[in-house]
Design a protein around this ligand. Structure first.
Ligand code: NDJ
Length: 654
């Protein structure tokens, strides 16, 4: 079944010449011409200039906008991953709807006249939760991920037998726009180096996709040895600061003939909470691209549009210690997180235009932006006040604490509860041995916040309490390792905590369904906070507000807040960590907001400390490069009128 033809309206976008000249499926081909070190598309020499964007980081309503901007930039192809965990939330349960509708995304790319380089994994890295692997694989704790472990391969086979037949009709020679498919991802960077695993994947792809589609691998220069495989076209990835000549010379050891390909040319880089914001200069990025295009290489720019890690989807790395990826995946990419063209885009388009035709006509202007606020949020209540609503199935009981995976909680938060068995008169050390907090623990005694224990930090808290005091530990999964060691990144309390000399046992685990509660909040008669003083620790704040005019893209700023999660009209915008930075604002796509006086609702779960003024504001520019001290200085330096430029939206009541 050839892919359904574009809708008539949209097909007008395709150049008539292309529509008329589009060869029938039986004459379509995309192959490597080893005699002339090039690709051939339908028999004609072809070089792709591609860009990466991830449909899973861009709401579906914005796909067409981003793709058209990429086409206008002079790209003739796009490259994207397929995250297994985004589509198979539970074993045997699949989701290809809404912003997970992969086929719709392929169709949008076709409408934008873009070919596709597809990277279905099963592992994708991408700074995505667990590198795209579903966390339910870890319900078998001994499983050896990304190897020929039979348990792992059984799950991979089952997943690909669902996914690959869906994309088969979209292969270029079948009438679609997929010209090549990557097997695994930088496997050479993974310590296992299991060739039978890679051969199994190659066999599976061939069995389900046929012999014609070009299969390839991608590795950094140091990974080519274990990442490449006979029968798969070898490509490499590197950035503007790397030595192109040296790396392409090394690549020729694996692919003596055929086109040179850089499958990930880094236009920017990722950000970690608590580290400086990453950038790559326009001059370095454009110079590197031009040098590769002069060689006739095909290049994919990683990222061309980064997007956002909404919800809890960010991944993590081990760089000496555990580091979590920020909510923004702006990546200092040519198209900003909010979809705006940058100077880097125009500079890259100029380079591309020296080598191939770029579309004429104006680029869509930056989206309308909006400022709003400050809004003063009101206290809804302490997280513990809603425990029954957050965990309607009730707790799981166990002598020792259980991991998220063992109780089938994938992402977000879990509450661990036990009771003190004897009175503690003096502040007594409390900690979790063997770095067993994965990843952050917010500790309360009888509902009173005591402080935070964090992975990789050898910190202790000092607690007191009486017999029967409730000891509550809210544990946050800050995103499973998406790169790095072979070890599986289990979440939760991996060891029983110790209080003084006592190993604490008799635990209750409450997997929390916070998103469901926030989504249906308005349906519930929520308990009002009955106490005069605001509670500390994990607390919900909220505000209902109208936007009197039209809406625009905006950036939520939370000055003075510490760390938490944000929802706008029930949509999980992601994590904020104002105290750590460098990200200080969260991108709010305008389609999330109701215009013309209709009521909007913002909900925060603040995990640590609320500012004296529980206010937030919406800015018309992002702040992605500020650590808290720098940021505080910067905010203090802003003139008063800048901060109060927008009308205060204080409303009576809420
Ligand atoms: C600290 C970098 C972690 C390794 N990731 C690297 S090198 N990268 C290659 C990887 O294939 C891609 O998915 C992205 O993860 C990219 C970095 O954005």
């Amino acid at each position: 079944m050839a892919p359904k033809k574009p809708s008539c309206l949209r097909s007008l976008l395709l150049p008539l010449s292309l529509t008329l000249l589009l060869p029938q499926a039986d004459t379509r081909s995309f192959i490597v011409d080893r005699d002339h070190d090039r690709f051939l598309l339908d028999g004609a020499p072809f070089r792709y200039v591609s860009g990466s964007l991830h449909y899973f980081r861009v709401p579906r309503v914005l796909w067409a906008d981003r793709l058209l901007k990429m086409r206008w930039s002079g790209l003739n192809a796009i490259q994207f991953y397929v995250p297994w965990n985004y589509h198979e939330p539970q074993p045997g349960v699949y989701n290809f709807n809404g912003s997970r509708d992969l086929i719709a995304f392929l169709n949008e790319a076709a409408l934008a006249n873009l070919l596709v380089i597809l990277r279905p994994g099963p592992y994708i890295c991408a700074e995505w939760e667990m590198g795209g692997l579903p966390s339910w694989l870890l319900r078998k704790p001994e499983i050896r991920l990304r190897t020929s472990d039979p348990d792992f391969l059984a799950a991979v086979d089952s997943w690909f037998k669902v996914l690959l037949p869906k994309i088969y009709p979209w292969l270029y020679h079948n009438g679609g726009n997929i010209i090549s498919i990557q097997v695994e991802n930088e496997y050479g960077s993974y310590g296992a180096c299991d060739f039978s695993y890679m051969r199994h994947l190659a066999g599976l792809f061939r069995a389900l996709l046929g012999e014609k589609i070009l299969l390839f691998t991608t590795d950094g220069p140091e990974g080519l040895k274990c990442g490449s495989l006979q029968g798969l076209y070898t490509t490499v990835d590197f950035g503007p600061a790397d030595n192109m000549t040296k790396i392409f010379t090394l690549l020729r050891k694996y692919e003596p003939h055929g086109p040179l390909v850089n499958s990930e040319y880094y236009t920017g880089w990722l950000d970690y909470w608590g580290q400086n914001h990453s950038t790559r200069s326009v001059s370095a990025v454009t110079k590197g691209l031009e040098n590769m295009l002069k060689l006739g290489a095909s290049v994919n720019m990683y990222m061309f549009h980064g997007g956002t890690n909404f919800g809890y989807w960010n991944g993590a790395d081990k760089k000496g210690r555990f580091l979590s990826i920020t909510t923004s995946y702006d990546y200092d990419a040519p198209i900003s997180e909010a979809g705006d063209p940058t100077t880097k885009l125009f500079a890259l388009r100029d380079v591309i235009s020296k080598f191939q035709e770029v579309p004429l006509g104006p680029l869509p202007p930056p989206s309308p932006k909006m400022m709003l606020g400050p809004l003063t949020l009101h206290l809804v209540g302490h997280l513990l006040a809603f425990l029954d609503l957050l965990c309607p199935s009730g707790p799981i009981r166990s002598i020792l604490p259980m991991t998220f995976e063992a109780v089938k909680q994938d992402r977000g938060f879990m509450l661990y509860r036990t009771y003190m068995t004897h009175t503690i008169f003096e502040p007594t050390p409390f900690w979790v041995p063997n770095n067993g907090v994965h990843d952050r623990a917010y500790v309360m005694v009888d509902g009173v916040f005591q402080g935070v224990l964090e992975r990789n930090m050898r910190d202790k808290l000092f607690l007191m309490g009486k017999v029967g005091s409730k000891l509550d530990i809210l544990v946050e999964n800050m995103g499973r390792l998406s790169f790095g060691s072979n070890s599986s990144d289990f979440k939760g309390l991996l060891e029983p905590p110790i209080l003084g000399q006592t190993i604490l046992t008799q635990w209750m685990m409450f997997p929390l369904k916070i998103d469901n509660l926030v989504k249906w909040w308005f349906l519930l008669q929520l308990p009002k906070w009955p106490y005069p003083q605001a509670p500390s620790g994990p607390t919900f704040y909220s505000k209902t507000f109208p936007i009197l005019g039209s809406v625009g893209d905006t950036f939520l700023h939370l000055p003075g807040w510490t760390k938490g999660q944000v929802w706008i009209n029930g949509f999980n915008l992601g994590r904020y960590w104002t105290k750590q930075g460098p990200q200080q604002t969260l991108y709010v796509p305008r389609f999330l907001l109701f215009p013309r006086g209709a009521l909007n609702k913002i909900t925060l779960l603040e995990l640590e400390n609320v500012p004296l003024q529980p206010q937030v504001q919406f800015l018309d520019k992002p702040i992605l490069n500020s650590t808290s001290t720098l940021h505080r200085t910067r905010i203090n330096s802003l003139s008063a009128d800048t901060l109060s430029a927008s009308e205060p939206m204080e409303l009576s009541g809420h």
